[in-house]
Design a protein around this ligand. Sequence first.
Ligand code: PHE
Ligand code: ZN
Length: 892
Amino acid sequence: MSSLREGPTTVVRREDYAPPAYWIDTVELTFDLDPAKTRVLNRMALRRNPAVPAQPLRLDGEELNLARVLVNGAGCSFKMDGGQLVLDNLPSLEEHGDAPFTLEIFTTCAPEKNSQLMGLYVSQGTFFTQCEAEGFRRITYFLDRPDVMASYTVTLRADKQRYPVLLSNGNLVESGELADGRHFAKWVDPHRKPCYLFALVAGQLVAREQRIVSRGGQEHLLQVYVRPGDMDKTEHAMNSLMASVAWDEARFGLPLDLERFMIVATSDFNMGAMENKGLNIFNTKYVLANSATATDTDFANIESVVGHEYFHNWTGNRVTCRDWFQLSLKEGLTVFRDQEFSMDLCAEASARAVKRIEDVRVLRTAQFPEDAGPMAHPVRPDSYVEINNFYTVTVYEKGAEVVRMMQTLVGREGFARGMKLYFERHDGQAVTCDHFAQALADANPDSALARLLEPFKRWYSQAGTPRVRAEGHYDAAARRYTLSLTQRCAPTPGQALKQPFVIPVALGLLDAEGRELPLAPEQRLFVLTEVSQSLVFDGVDSEPVPSLLRGFSAPVVLECDYSDEQLLILLANDSDPFNRWEAGQRLALRRALAAIAAPGAVDAPLDAAFIEAMRAVLRHERLDAAFKELALTLPSETYIAEQLEVVDPQRVHAVREAMREQLATALQADWVWAYEAHKDNGAYRPDPLSAGRRALAGLALAMLCLQARRSGDAVWPGKAYQRFKDAGNMTDRFNALSALVVADHPLAREALTRFHAMFRDEALVLDKWFALQAGAPDRGGNVLPAVKQLMAHRDFNPRNPNRARSVIFSYCNANPGAFHRADAAGYVFWSERVIEIDRFNPQVAARLARALDRWRKLAEPYRGAAREAIARVAAQTELSNDVREVVTRALS
Ligand code: PHE
Ligand code: ZN
């Protein structure tokens, strides 16, 4: 720790918020696009904000070359201060100087040198922009903050042959030829917006187009722009976009407010996608799909990300954030909306439940650890050094759970009413999370939310995952069942003590035969508000089994001393599919923890009762395949590790592997049945039902290959290889390949070689190829050398974020059994990659830096070695603020 050096970092605090000293009403941007030197002319109309004491105008800028500044058409003096352009003798600073004035700024920048992928950059010869959160300042000097909303007119000029397509936000109002083979396009965005929603794209692209008519009768043009060879992978994105438009109108009455709505795909993108007004820019991973190149998971992700960005058009763009501390105002709400969208698209209730289980699994394996680690922060953070570090699972996924709890408290219709009021009040404004919660409460004055609004909002201000302890007591003589609930929340950085949370607990009671006991509606939702409260149920004939937190009604850890018998009853009978799944996970987790704690070698951690219960789920006649696949998948190593005080990642890995092998062997005949019964699904369709069948067949095949590894049997690996060659879609093909790789079968090599040859020109498929190998189970330390070899492969390029993630993140973040090595080589590798990537892309480096967040939990020798590796990164003199903040917090 002594080697830690303080960088020139400043902390930004929420409580320091002050409104801007100036407003920008209009912006006219003219771009002369050139990869080496792009000229940007920025003409703005500004006004002093009379609500704020008169002060100089300070404009943000980064990596810009300033050529000229004119105020009201005349030259003026200015100075530079820490990257900001400061104008301190504006007419506005004289007496009565509140008249509007114009400011003209001429700068240049070098897009081809922009490796951070923030601001204006070039990807495969095409210009793209990324401005959220603070990238616009890399394009021109500006008040780069979301509460400054302006009207934009944008003119793009470029070589016509190299850049035939010129796009920006809003509507195309003019285009034409210029001298020297150049051309131009002029775009006007009819909606005021913060600069983080600005976008431009210029390059050789083709578009899939769709005209639609909205409910109100307006016509709109939808476009999905891709590189010329990718047209055959755009249908699903377009279908998803049409479904999104229809859904937002139907469920929330929110129409598309533009004549034209565009999506553009780029293969160089730091994140998933970006909701720029009318011109969403996407990572190709969330656009391109056809049955030959994309898996069911890809199809589902595309649907939800297309929905997510589209829904931002109202939740984020029409109503935006006052400051970046309010990020969850748009992100939590929009994740909630995209989750609801995907659920509403499910034809069957069982598919809705599967989606919910998947979302909760993400929350618990990614957000719960974040909430318990050094980067823990409230859904609405109080401070940050680098805002890019706060695009987190807490802001997004936990934020969505907070919105979901509000919907639970006011009901689905009450929630729609609240949304309506929110837009009536705040359309066109930049607001805070309080405004949203207030609108929901005000629209539902008789609801529990309105009564409990202030304590409820602790979900926004207090970090950490609450734990709720449930204890049941049955009094046979009085025929009375009492359930006591107690909550607590461990300290998090900067928050030693927490006040009680408002926790909606959806519940039911089952009798010993698994039958649901009748409860009144108000008994089925209990709202825990105190540290400790009891519920009493009268007229109960025998000791019931409580089914608590149904549908995962709050983002908490539920502690309940269920007996195995009770969990088996829930697993076999609960009418709530989430808790049914959860009961199986609890049974498995209990066994994993027992085996981890037991002394000596890991030996047959599973008992007959558990195995029979799993067999019953697998063979069940009414449960659907997707649910079975989830129920038969053991809790992840990360999730198991979170339950431990001290983690030996190798032990966790060994135990989970032993459990998997035992399930593979004990259920061999059942896996054969499952595979045969689910492997054929006719023509490929990415719907949840047939995807579930493929998922179960895939798991079965993986189990059969695993079992074959033990028994030396050659039949199933042979079948998997055949399946790999014959598969009619990527899901089946990749599952077969993965089964061979995971079982480390000799045929895996051959299959991998073939797979690469087949898809050598498909970047997204090659990402899968890399990720599968970097994420493979470790056998005697073989994965790290394989990862190093993959990095030497001609298709590897660390500057492409998708490729870097597919190799480096798949190893460091998603393969604990291979990453945590007793010889510390995994950590050394990690520190080298963080330092290397930080030199050209701090955002990506900072995400990688988080792989060791939970180092304090590790057993020795891992703990000491991890600390050393983090300290090695921290000791670098030239680190970005991004990485510096992460490693500093990790060590503090
Ligand atoms: N706002 C984008 C989204 O959620 C995420 C993003 C953030 C993309 C920052 C790029 C940069 O949907
Ligand atoms: Zn978003």
